[in-house]
Ligand binder design. Structure first.
Ligand SMILES: C[S@@+](CC[C@H](N)C(=O)[O-])C[C@H]1O[C@@H](n2cnc3c(N)ncnc32)[C@H](O)[C@@H]1O
Length: 266
């Protein structure tokens, strides 16, 4: 499967900001709670973006960890390295394309995390085998991704605004069809956790900031709805009207993020 996905720093930062301002739960607290990390852990974060999870691990373990963050996007790595200066460059941020063989030490990591990233891999069994190879026996792989019930109201509003079918989203569709099954095949033990976070919007503007940031960067997934910039703007206008109707009717839009957290033990 060819999935060419490159996040821009701006779109990712906007979405992270909307989650922290309008969400009611903190996903990093949930992640740290289920992972129960111990000091001295060797961690590899794959698809680290601007380093969100790497910095969470670092602060939770009070720096007592070896943390490597990797991504294919040079601009996100640059942003991660800039923040890394605040902690004396404690995290090792490097370029890594998870569609290629990983040039990293084998049998080395206690934890490999891939948060909201693994479903962009072209060949899931290949990427998961590479991650398996780098873990120590008993080491854990932690991946997260959206579940099929994720932000249902967001898709309802888009469907109502455009009158078109929502295209399959790689996260929710690939976890069910491929990712979880491959993890079960490769690893000795797998477990699933669910995180739910309602984001409440009393006004339409922040909902539209989220929608723009989400759909503009994922535009290749949405090309049955728009291709040109003008078409994108027309779709945004229609979505804005429908979102406004929801707020007039219900007083708010509650968009619940439903995220799966999968832990597989080598
Ligand atoms: C939605 S972002 C998540 C970033 C970060 N884990 C977070 O939660 O903030 C998805 C990340 O996967 C990265 N990515 C996509 N394709 C990749 C590839 N082939 N190899 C490595 N990273 C990739 C993107 O550059 C982006 O940083």
């Amino acid at each position: 499967m060819k999935i060419d996905f490159q996040e821009t720093t701006d779109d990712l930062a906007k979405r992270i900001d909307i989650h922290s301002r309008f969400g009611s739960r903190d996903i990093d607290e949930w992640m740290l709670g289920i992972l129960d990390l111990q000091p001295g852990t060797r961690i590899l974060d794959v698809g680290c973006g601007a380093g969100k999870q790497c910095f969470s691990f670092f602060h939770y373990l009070k720096g007592q960890a070896e943390i490597t963050g990797t991504d294919v996007s040079e601009s996100l790595l640059e942003e991660a390295r800039a923040k890394n200066q605040e902690i004396d460059n404690a995290v090792d941020f490097r370029y890594l394309d998870f569609n290629e063989r990983f040039e990293l030490p084998e049998n080395h990591y206690d934890l490999i995390s891939a948060c909201f990233a693994i479903y962009y891999a072209q060949d899931i069994p290949f990427t998961l085998s590479e991650l398996h190879r780098l873990l120590v026996p008993g080491g854990r792989l932690f991946t997260t991704g959206p579940m099929p019930t994720n932000k249902q109201i967001f898709y309802d509003i888009i469907q109502k605004a455009t009158g078109k079918e929502i295209p399959p989203m790689p996260g929710s569709s690939r976890y069910a069809s491929q990712i979880y099954g491959t993890m079960q095949d490769l690893f000795s033990k797998t477990e699933q956790h669910i995180f739910e976070n309602p984001l409440t919007f009393d006004t339409v503007d922040p909902f539209m900031v989220y929608t723009r940031a989400s759909m503009s960067e994922d535009r290749k997934l949405w090309n049955s709805l728009f291709e040109t910039h003008e078409e994108f703007e027309l779709v945004m206008e229609s979505i804005g009207k429908v979102a406004n109707d929801y707020i007039q009717r219900d007083g708010k839009i509650v968009m619940t993020k439903v995220v799966g957290g999968f832990i597989a033990t080598r």
